[in-house]
Design a protein. Structure first.
Length: 467
């Protein structure tokens, strides 16, 4: 049965990871198949499988694993350290905060290894702010300060880094300072071209200031969701593609280069349906000199857009940087199969990471100064401080606990009703297969070379195999 309270939740997560024959000790039993399932009555529970058997000579049914077909390298899995999430975490007693962060990032927890931060306020903030809230234009950035983040955002990030020293942080702005925009406000509006040089220095100051605080940002996007201002209902900004091209190739890229920083630049940070814009931008060699990848959201369009971009620009990486549950949905805590189906589509279309939206929110999706009803990867009850994991949490567990940085997606074929599959090979040679069943109970044969294994998938389940 699912955990009834925060104590049971954390106890279950820890017990799963520290059980005898840890799933992370691959080398000791390279041919033994282990499996974990999440379904109506299970939460990442280890299940018994039969031994490998000899595959039929012309086996073509079921799922065929092909390790010789290697695709993108995996960066990792994670969620966003928004102002809202970091504030809620800061309100917990130190031991409770550490326990929750350990469950999300630690070696005995989800092992999340990618985090997204906000350059200034997002819609999931306590109030709108930037790092230069001057009432008058300040192109020399004399009033620049990250003082706001020193209170609870930077301490949370430092604690997270201690729990996972491989934490890869990416940062995105929801809005430039208001004085850089035609509207003069952080809410909605569009960027003014004359402030592009100052905005590049703003990014540089942010990166250097965070580094001085012991937090290294590994990649930045130029704007969260470049193609909308959300009708002025939240921090947001419109960026025409010619502005994004100009900003990167003539200002941000050269500024990072001059400062000898190794921070990567990713473009777009918006939906699949804008893949044509990506194609146009990447057709500019001067922009490509500075751009390492494309950041994608899945709210509009289809993930095959990433494959189209990969086919045209195979040297360019693809990253999935935002998507989360709605706390109002009745299946908020149980829609793991839906999320694993989404994750499979993302990973089978060349994405190197999957980053959920808010790490932690309360039971009403707060703090929130925007119009949307997102829930956290986990819900932290505002009165009791009990933790409720989302269905997305359990979906992540089937990937983030077993697929490590440097793994590659490998070939898996087979079309079965309601079944999704994606396979990986970790750097040490261990392999992982994630099977998602959105339908009724189903028997599945998995074949690798001359051997096969049979298993039964629970209805509405995720099953992860490791060998």
């Amino acid at each position: 049965m699912p955990p009834r309270n925060r104590r049971e939740f954390l106890k279950l997560a820890a017990a799963t990871a520290v059980a005898a024959n840890s799933p992370f000790s691959w080398a000791s039993t390279p041919t033994r198949v282990r499996a974990w399932a999440t379904s109506q009555d299970r939460r990442l529970q280890e299940i018994k499988l039969p031994a490998w058997r000899k595959a039929a000579p012309a086996a073509s049914s079921g799922i065929q694993i092909d390790p010789s077909a290697r695709y993108q390298e995996i960066l990792g899995f994670g969620a966003a350290f928004t102002d809202a999430s970091c504030y809620l975490l800061s309100e917990l007693a130190a031991d409770k905060r550490h326990a929750l962060l350990a469950d999300l990032l630690g070696p005995e927890g989800l092992r999340l290894s990618v985090g997204r931060t906000c350059i200034g306020a997002s819609d999931y903030s306590r109030y709108p702010y930037s790092f230069d809230d001057s009432t008058d234009p300040d192109p020399d950035l004399r009033k620049f300060t990250i003082e706001h983040d020193r209170d609870y955002i930077l301490p949370t990030l430092r604690e997270a880094q201690k729990l996972n020293q491989d934490l890869y942080l990416i940062s995105s702005p929801w809005s430039p300072p208001g004085w850089m925009k035609a509207s003069g406000s952080l809410l909605g509006g569009s960027m003014r071209k004359k402030y592009l040089p100052a905005y590049a220095e703003y990014f540089l100051k942010f990166l250097q200031s965070y580094s001085e605080e012991g937090v290294k940002i590994r990649a930045v996007t130029t704007q969260n969701e470049v193609d909308t201002d959300q009708d002025g209902r939240m921090p947001a900004a419109l960026w025409g593609q010619e502005y994004e091209i100009d900003f990167i190739k003539n200002h941000l890229g050269p500024a990072i280069e001059r400062a000898s920083l190794d921070t990567k630049i990713w473009i777009l940070d918006h939906n699949y349906n804008l893949w044509g814009r990506v194609m146009d931008e990447l057709s500019d060699p001067a922009l490509c000199k500075y751009v390492e990848g494309v950041a994608w959201h899945g709210y509009m369009g289809k993930p095959e857009a990433m494959a189209r971009v990969h086919e045209a620009f195979p040297a360019m990486s693809n990253y999935w940087t935002e998507g989360g549950p709605d706390y109002r949905n009745a299946d908020y805590a149980t829609d793991w199969a839906k999320w694993s189906h989404t994750f499979t589509d993302i990973l089978r279309n060349w994405a190197r990471c999957i980053v959920g939206w808010n790490l932690v929110l309360d039971e009403k999706g707060r703090p929130n100064i925007g119009p949307f009803s997102c829930g956290g990867l986990v819900t932290l009850d505002s009165q009791t401080h009990e933790v409720k994991p989302s269905g997305q949490y359990w979906a992540f567990a089937h990937y983030s606990k077993l697929v490590v940085r440097g793994a590659h997606v490998i070939g898996s074929q087979g079309t079965l009703a309601d079944i999704d599959h994606v396979a990986f090979e970790n750097p040490d040679g261990s392999r992982v297969l994630v099977l998602t069943n959105q339908g009724a109970e189903q028997k599945v044969e998995c074949v690798e070379g001359t051997r096969a294994i049979d298993l039964t998938l629970d209805p509405g389940s995720i099953t992860t195999l490791q060998w």
